[in-house]
Design a protein around this ligand. Sequence first.
Ligand code: KIV
Ligand code: NA
Length: 334
Amino acid sequence: PRSKTIADLQALKHHPDGSVPIVCLTAYDFPTALSIRSADIDLCLIGDSLANVALGHTSTQPLSLEAMIHHCQAVKRGLDAPLFSTAALLDGVDLPRPPLVIADMPFGATFGSLDFGVAAVVRLIQESGVDGVKIEGSYETIPLIQRLTDHGIPVMGHLGLQPQRVGSTSGYRLQGRTAQQAKEMLDAALALEQAGCFSLVLECIPTRVGEHISKKLSIPTIGIGAGSKTDGQILVMNDMIGDLTGAGHVLAQLAEVDSGNGGGAETAALPKMSELTPPAPKFVRNFSLPLGTSIGAMRVAAVQAYTAAVRERRFPDDDVEGYKIKSDEWKAFL
Ligand code: KIV
Ligand code: NA
């Protein structure tokens, strides 16, 4: 089936019967990409959180362009793979359309001259086949974004918490919590829209600020820790399935985003293991089956449960997973 497009995402925000939440999720390798294809995900991001969750770094800064390309290629192979299992799993239902695929530009890859940044973006797209890129940052990113979008390259912006700036922000913290910060973020968001971004990620900001910026922009906003009122949601795959390590885990350890241990849990129906695993050779024994299921089945169940929860507006729950802005700051902002 035909992959999702920017136009599809815009249409979800501006649906005549009311907006439909945009479902996004990260992937980093072949198996995570396969699980993405088991659900109707609108956008798949190869986030530079891969530095944390797949490579074990304590920040996103060590990630090289080469490493990002290497992982994007693996994800693309997963998204494009003939699906041995998910067709059966979905019980005769048509396979969902593959998502739009966006890759993060790694730290430093776009910091030099315009030509340097353009070359890095073009190389990533040509060598990995992703549809477009995400560039973290504010006004400093605009000349490059303008140039890329002038050439028809899809670019997503990223405001709020910017993990690539962990040094200068002295850790990972809630952003946009004062009137001044919220105002600056709104202005930057409008400037990014003006520069041609097709969408904007908002990370770790109060729910009301996420809602307000989303209303002011005509491009779709995708929130992570930005409340239930952004046009779409994204999570880091490894955080969402509760893997041994995750970006959220690293963030919580390193600084004071919050003292929480993640929001609520969701009960997912487990697909049958037999429908999910290609036949293995005789010498293989599956040691996860005695535990009740396979890792693959759990991943698929979680991706499907997440997709349903976002689309039905059951995730996030602002009381549990959202951040508040003080009412005097909010009034001063408006
Ligand atoms: O790197 C990442 O995964 C991101 C997100 C928006 C989750 O930038
Ligand atoms: Na990122």
